[in-house]
Design a protein around this ligand. Structure first.
Ligand SMILES: Nc1ncnc2c1ncn2[C@@H]1O[C@H](COP(=O)(O)OP(=O)(O)O)[C@@H](O)[C@H]1O
Ligand SMILES: [Mg+2]
Length: 64
């Protein structure tokens, strides 16, 4: 099971190009479950994958 709990991420906080990506994202994928992440260019799909794999740190929240 993969659980994303209360995930927050903002790039360039308090800067003119501040990008708020996640504001309390939650989801749970069960073992063997097929899920699709959809979103326009720049929505945060790659950032989500990078946080799940530990390449990028969230501001807060947990990956279990
Ligand atoms: N390391 C970074 N520093 C600053 N901004 C970033 C960084 N990585 C991604 N972003 C910005 O965060 C937003 C989401 O990016 P990304 O996760 O790559 O979107 P997607 O994969 O959905 O197209 C974009 O506006 C992107 O420019
Ligand atoms: Mg991407």
């Amino acid at each position: 099971m993969l659980k994303v709990e209360n995930l927050y991420k903002t790039f360039a906080k308090n800067k003119p190009d501040e990008k708020n990506i996640f504001n309390g994202l939650n989801f749970c994928a069960k073992a063997g479950e097929f899920i699709t992440i959809i979103g326009g260019n720049g929505a945060g799909k790659s950032t989500l994958m990078n946080i799940i794999t530990g390449q990028t740190f969230p501001d807060s929240g947990k990956i279990r």
